[in-house]
Ligand binder design. Structure first.
Ligand code: FAD
Length: 485
């Protein structure tokens, strides 16, 4: 399922890395975070090479909704309560500076990426909560205002507006910005040792190494797998649904997200932890909501993505681990990765160039907060559940009884396996042990993929890797047609 961004942005393929290169910095990953970081480093005179396993923007960035905002949901009051006013103020300032930096880059570089200034709104049924949030936002220095009426066809008590935010076409932006950079595509990094990065056909020696890979694939040092999980969300593009002027997000877990792109309203929602599917079909539910809100509308595209959620709600941006002073990381963007990617780029550029950044401490990955303890136990519990499931889960169906277009865990002659029967009747069998840390994968009927409930890696029904932290596919045992069986 292609996003509206992929449908409307092509780019020439870059060659893969062959041989050895020596440079000042290497950035692993050419998503929004990687390209922005490389660009800022180059601007500061740091010779930088980017290594990308897929295409530029080919990870989660191609499937975002691309609102650029410092309004990260209904967060100001809760953030002050949790972290104190000073930290909350710096968090907002860092993200608002990121919004302004996007506008500046687009203006100064003349990038054609449909950037439009737009106000951002969080809407809610709870008027008291909105008032509380408005007060908190103003305490943090935001010129926020309460609006009783909004342009959405939803029931709510009103919305809180952050002025001067923005929205754009993420692939047009990231690919244009990458034009002047040295980027190798189809170049998966296989190993990183001290100051050497190794790929299938080459290597890069660098003074500084930045991991901008969405979810860090090295488990040690850093142990990011124990401090984050991944969450998916779904988006549909609606034609003939009218025109929105603002960007919107609802308050609460089942809230919807809205923005305009070209002639379409992009409607998002149905969040769930990767590997834990929701009953009833996420796209179907979004389509049902769309039918009620915009009865004349037509769905022109559907897509989904996932993002990393940290224990304390703040991204990890900074030094990767204490015993690797030249490694840096940008991850844990909590579905606010446009502004967070820019915060990462500005912060990591300063760090690598030896400039003090006022926001560095808030995002420092070495921070440890008491909130992490229950979360660590929960994550550990999930991982153990994933592992035990591998040994004790009983197959509910056999390959023969599977309907076309369905997948299931079955008892195959070689042992337990994941099986999917294609619409044509071809049976694809895969190993259901995640190569990242050994959890049992779950079948995702929405997207016909095998998803890891522990850390969020994903594989297509033939076993090819879709999303990390895993870095390889799952062994595809056999693939036969129904007739051959
Ligand atoms: C449905 C949804 C909607 C969203 N909407 C918004 C929004 O409106 N606004 C907002 O601010 N945020 C939004 N987000 C979040 C945002 O899309 C992400 O946080 C952001 O795109 C992440 O960018 P990234 O560069 O960190 O990761 P990616 O774009 O995934 O880039 C990482 C890159 O690293 C590469 N890579 C991985 N491993 C290796 C390796 N070993 N070697 C080489 N390369 C490697 C991958 O191929 C990938 O291209 C949304 C998220 C979701 C799920």
């Amino acid at each position: 399922m292609e996003s509206i961004w992929e449908k409307t942005c092509d780019s020439k393929k870059r060659p893969a890395l062959k041989g050895h290169i020596q440079t000042d910095a290497v950035v692993i990953g050419a998503g929004m975070a990687g390209i922005l970081t490389a660009w800022h480093l180059e601007q500061a005179g740091v010779r930088t090479v980017v290594l990308e396993a897929d295409r530029i923007g080919g990870g989660q960035t191609r499937n975002t909704t691309a609102k650029i905002t410092s309004q990260h949901g209904m967060f100001c009051h809760a953030f002050i309560e949790k972290k104190g006013e000073e930290t909350a103020r710096k968090y907002v300032q860092a993200n608002q500076a990121a919004v302004e930096e996007y506008k500046k880059i687009v203006r100064e570089e003349g990038i054609d990426c449909d950037l439009a200034e737009s106000d951002s709104y969080v809407y809610s049924m709870d008027s008291e909560k909105l008032k509380q949030e408005a007060k908190a936002a103003r305490r943090l220095g935001i010129d926020a205002s309460l609006e009783e009426k909004i342009e959405l066809p939803v029931f709510c008590a009103g919305a809180l507006r952050f002025p001067g935010q923005a929205q754009f076409h993420p692939l047009k932006f990231v690919r244009a910005l990458a034009d002047g950079l040295t980027v190798y595509e189809d170049t998966q990094v296989r190993a990183v040792e001290n100051n050497l990065v190794t790929t299938a056909c080459g290597s890069v020696g660098a003074d500084k190494i930045v991991f901008a890979v969405h979810f860090p694939f090295l488990n040690y040092p850093g142990m990011y797998f124990a401090r984050m999980h991944q969450e998916r969300s779904y988006v549909i593009a609606l034609e003939n649904a009218g025109k929105l002027h603002g960007m919107y997000i609802g308050d609460g877990r089942d809230a919807l997200s809205f923005r305009q792109y070209d002639a379409c309203i992009l409607l998002g929602g149905q969040a769930h932890r990767t590997g834990e599917n929701r009953e009833g079909g996420c796209y179907d539910r979004l389509k049902e909501a769309a039918k009620q809100m915009y009865p004349e509308s037509r769905v022109t595209a559907c897509w989904s993505a996932q993002d990393c959620i940290t224990s304390d709600g703040i991204p990890f941006i900074g030094n990767y681990a204490a015993d690797q002073p030249d490694w840096f990381v940008a991850t844990g963007f909590q579905k606010w990765g446009m502004s967070s990617a820019m915060v990462s780029a500005m912060l990591l550029k300063d760090r690598i160039c030896g400039v003090k950044n006022p926001y560095a401490e808030i995002f420092d990955p070495s921070r440890f907060s008491a909130e992490e303890i229950p979360q660590l136990m929960k994550e550990g519990g999930k991982a153990v559940k994933g592992l035990t499931k591998r040994f004790f889960h009983l197959p509910s169906e056999t390959a023969a009884s599977l309907k076309r277009g369905h997948g299931a865990v079955v008892e195959a002659p070689q042992g337990k396996a994941g099986v999917y029967k294609t619409e044509e009747g071809r049976i694809c069998q895969v190993d259901i042990v995640c190569p990242h840390m050994g959890c049992e994968l779950s079948w995702n009927p929405q997207e016909r993929s095998w998803d890891c409930p522990c850390h969020g890696s994903r594989f297509d029904f033939e076993g090819n890797l879709i999303d990390g932290p895993a870095q390889e596919g799952i062994y595809a045992g056999w693939s036969i047609s129904e007739k051959q069986k």
